[in-house]
Each structure stands twice: as C-alpha cells, then as structure tokens.
Design a protein around this ligand. Sequence first.
Ligand code: ZN
Length: 391
Amino acid sequence: MLKAALKTKALAGHVPFRHLPLAYLHSKDKDKFGNPIKGTAKVIVHPDPQRVRTVQREFELRARGYSYDEIRKRNLAEPGLVPDEIRRTYSRHAIEVRLKNPIYWGYFYLKDDPKRYEGKHELIIPAHILKAVEQINNGDFKGRSNIGVGEDIFRGWLTCDDPECGRLITYERKEKTLKSTGAAKVYHLYRCTNSRKVHDKKVYIGEEAIFEQFESVVQRFSITKEFATDITEALAEAMETQRKAIKRQMEGFRVALKELEGKEDIIYEHFVSGVLDKEAYQRQVNKVRAERTDYTHQLEQLTLEINDASNSALAKVFELAVDAELQWNLKNREERAEYLKRVLSNPRLKMRSLRYDLEKPFERLAKMKGTSNWRREVLNLRTEAIEWATA
Ligand SMILES: [Zn+2]
C-alpha cells in the first residue's frame, strides 16, 4: 500500500497493518450473498473469547506487578485460558510485546512517522488497568496492590448472551446536565458491540443496574463466621477419616507390590526350568512390571494427598464469603467490580438482565448454606477451593 494511502486510512481511525495483535481481527462487511465488500475492512475484537480473555489476564496481572514470566506460567496453568493454537508460541517475549502495543490503548504509529493515530477499534481492557500497565512500562512501578480507579470498570468482562451474537459488551460514557441543579451527571453505560449486526437497536444498561442485579449474588453465598468455623472443623474430621482410608489403601498397595516381587522370581524360575519359553517369559515379566509401576505411581499420588493438609485455598474462599453482604456494602464501585470478577465467571447480558456462573467453591457454599446435610460436601468444597485458588 502507498504511504499516502496508509496515512489516509490511519487518519480515519483504521489500523492499516496486515497483522493485528492477539484478540483483534480484520473484518469486512458482507453483501447479501455473504461476499466481503471492498473498502469496508475494519478492526474488530476477535470472536474467540479465549483470545480476548488471555490478553485481558496479561494486562490484569501486569497491572498487579507480575513479571512477564510469571504471567506466562500462570496463564498456561489456567485451564482453558490460552487457546491451543497459540500455546506453543506463548512466550514471555510475545507477552511483553503485547503489553507494550499501543493498539490495546486505542492508538498506533506508522513507520517513520512520529504522529500518533487514534484508532476506531473497540478496547478490551478497562482504562484503569491500561493506566497501571502504562505506568509500569514507563518505569513508574506502583506495586502489586491497588490498581486505581476507573470509569469503564466492566469493560471487556461481560459478553452478550444472545447465541447468535456472543460479542463483548462495550462501555459508553454519557454526560448530562441536570435541569434541576445545573450540575453535570456522568452515566456509565454498557451495551453490546453488536459487531455482527444481530440486534436492531442498542440496548443500554447502566452501571448501577448491573450492581443492583449482582447484589443478590452476594447474598447467595454469604456465610457467617460461625458457619465457616463449623465447616473448617467438619473438614478436619472428614480429612482425618480420609487419611485413615488412604493409609489402608497404601498398605494394600505395599502388600501387592511385595507379592509382585515374588511373582517375578517364580516367572524367572519357570523360564530357567523350561516351563516358559523366552517369549512367554518376557510377556509375563512385562505384565508384572507394568503392574508394579502402576502401584508405585498410585502410592506416590496417595503420599502427596496425605501430606497436603493445607487449607489456605479454603481460607481465601472464606475471606470473600464470610459476611459477604457486609463486605459488599463497605466496598466502593471499583472494589465491587474486582470482587465480582473473583467470585463469578462467564457473566452475560441478556438484554438488560444479567446471567452468570458462580465460581465453583462459592456455588458449593450457596448449596451448603441451605441444607442440614452440608457436612458431606466439605471435601468437595476443599477440592474446588484449591482449583479456584490456583487458577
Ligand atoms: Zn449482542
């Protein structure tokens, strides 16, 4: 493309690069036969939510002060996050390049041109996280904890629940002068990006309405300190019982291993005395050895299980769940948004109505709260808490 043509495109807010960073894609409008229309190319958010989520996690973790290498390890360890097709090339360098790519901030540069061009593409990272990463990029490190305040706190988090659409929910800031007082009021509004043009009109939902609907979520898994203590005690009991069962199982494996040793000796004797030919001997020895490897492996697994008595993951769940309603009332809007992002996943918007999944340990707590049989759930709760805390 000619340089002048590039510049014209850039000035109109179109990113004129052939290759776009992860989570973005070139798209052309289609005519009624489904053929792309020339000259309508624009940059859209990639329809694969895994790609979007991966980049978002990179920015979130960076904003909290994680190194590129830590980000890489954490994201690769999170099940279903990094898409299969990029796992092989998912390097710390690639992450660094993304975390410094101005396209995620909404602008870009052309080669040999100092001018900064503003893109028209949709942003996927909330402004306060972009700001924190920018500060770190400039060597102005603010530390791991507070990542400041933001207006578009839910940007890139919610998706449209319409199966035909499934696109990201975007943020729009509106300012209105109140007639009564003359003061300006800011509205934080969200709506579907509608980049597939599935919906006829824009449906807005305000930030306050989002929070209102999520308030009942918090009530679902909010527990008292006493209940948390009861659970911890019941868990200790259940784990002791489990430990005894595991020890019995381990003893059984040890006996089986001992027997297999004797078996191999007998097979060997049969071979020497000519009862078994070489082929039959080899086959039987292989079988015995495979069984031994299997038992040894299971023993190692059980040893790990029996030694892992830590309940730190569960403690993290309790931190968020004990007196959750009270916590909620004391939090400001940014803290509430961060809180929601930890306790629930897959938040969707169906018109103005919110859908979501609770993260597993919180869903489990919500169930346990309402039943007298909750004790039989404590081991499941523990397992789910560990999975959640390491994700
Ligand atoms: Zn939609």
